[in-house]
Unconditional design. Structure first.
Length: 388
């Protein structure tokens, strides 16, 4: 029997729970921020549609870019003409989705040359003394301030949206690997042996009227390999080193040379810029610092070294570089259209199969694009950020 409107959905967390369903109106692959948000919005817009969320791990997805996303909302990242979407996303995260860790926190955008709206970095730091020890004003004399900026945890958004979707009637199948098929999906339910190997316990095919592929960087390859579809999307491996320089609730988020320093847990998480897509088959390789192997990939290390004069703490032991890639958190990030500056998007890559991608600008526009796809699938006209 299907889940009716107003009834909570069912959750299958392990193979001991028998799964016998054979078809759904909509199947969403991926329980990251984009997939769970799309599922939640679709349940709200079309509560009569039977919907299943499939996730290889748990809720939220532990292996994708959602967990390591910056969680920095800033109007400075918004493409022209999309400010209303971004403000709608801000409102969703700030309260509409429920009580989430959301902190208004100004962002200082630092530059070596003059920029529109910029002012003296020295004068700006008088307002933000907590950041003064991090910055060399002589190397970065110009600063813009986004007073509306905020920080949050995308993983908390994914969890809230996933739980909300289940409460609204969506079913959730965890620890399951999905393969795209024409008209549906093949589901491999995974289990762990006593030697800690992940194996397929059982396989089932499920029909789907619509399949939404929200697998992050794994989405385009899945569509290409399973369905033979062609996409122009790419991916890049982005790491998030830590800088153990003190921060607190008053410390602003900093950005210089494309590098974002996000205050987290008394220090900073470093979000390096994404310059380009990584080539097919590329395997991230650690670099060397003063001849010693480190765990930060070479491209990221070059960015950090370039900024050491402008941000002096980067040249100290406060920067964690690790001994291998395993020591420095990182994840594959989808690049819509293969571009590092492209906003989130969705596209129908095969009849009834929609690819949903967040990418580098998911913090500011991701939820709006997820809603847009949900509205399209539901056949709903108009978008809430267009009202008024």
């Amino acid at each position: 029997m299907g889940t009716g409107a107003g009834e909570a959905g069912r959750v299958w967390a392990h193979v001991g729970q028998r799964f016998t369903e054979t078809g759904y109106d909509v199947v969403v692959l991926g329980a990251g921020r984009m997939g769970t948000a799309c599922a939640l919005f679709l349940r709200r817009l079309a509560p009569d549609r039977r919907l299943l969320i499939v996730e290889r791990g748990g809720l939220p997805n532990e292996e994708g870019a959602t967990i390591l996303a910056p969680g920095v909302w800033t109007i400075l990242d918004v493409p022209a003409g999309r400010a209303s979407e971004a403000r709608w996303v801000n409102a969703q995260v700030a309260g509409e989705l429920g009580p989430l860790p959301f902190q208004p926190r100004p962002l200082l955008d630092l530059h070596a040359g003059a920029v529109p709206g910029g002012r003296s970095t020295t004068a700006t730091l008088a307002r933000f003394p907590e950041a003064a020890a991090l910055i060399n004003p002589a190397a970065l004399p110009f600063a813009r301030v986004d007073e509306e900026a905020a920080t949050y945890r995308p993983g908390s958004v994914a969890l809230a949206c996933g739980q909300g979707a289940v409460r609204a009637g969506a079913d959730l199948l965890l620890n399951t690997h999905a393969h795209l098929l024409p008209g549906g999906v093949r589901l491999d339910r995974l289990t762990v042996t006593n030697t800690h190997e992940v194996v397929t316990h059982e396989t089932r095919e499920v029909r789907a009227g619509v399949t939404i592929v929200a697998l992050g960087a794994d989405g385009p390859p899945a569509a290409e390999q399973d369905l033979g579809a062609h996409t122009a999307h790419g991916r890049a491996y982005r790491q998030t080193p830590r800088l153990n320089t003190p921060s607190d609730d008053r410390t602003p988020t900093l950005r210089a040379g494309g590098l974002t320093l996000r205050p987290v847990s008394g220090g900073f998480t470093l979000i390096p810029p994404v310059h380009h897509r990584d080539p097919q088959g590329y395997v991230p390789t650690g670099g060397r610092l003063t001849g010693v192997p480190v765990g930060v990939r070479r491209e990221t290390l070059e960015d950090l070294v370039t900024l050491m004069d402008a941000l002096p703490p980067l040249a100290t032991e406060a920067l964690e570089v690790g001994r291998s890639l395993a020591d420095v958190p990182g994840a594959w990030l989808a690049l819509p259209g293969g571009r590092a500056d492209a906003p989130p998007t969705h596209e129908e890559v095969a009849p009834g199969v929609h690819l949903l991608l967040g990418g580098p600008l998911a913090d500011t526009l991701g939820l709006a694009v997820a809603y847009d796809l949900a509205a399209r699938v539901a056949g709903v006209e108009g978008r809430p950020w267009e009202e008024g």
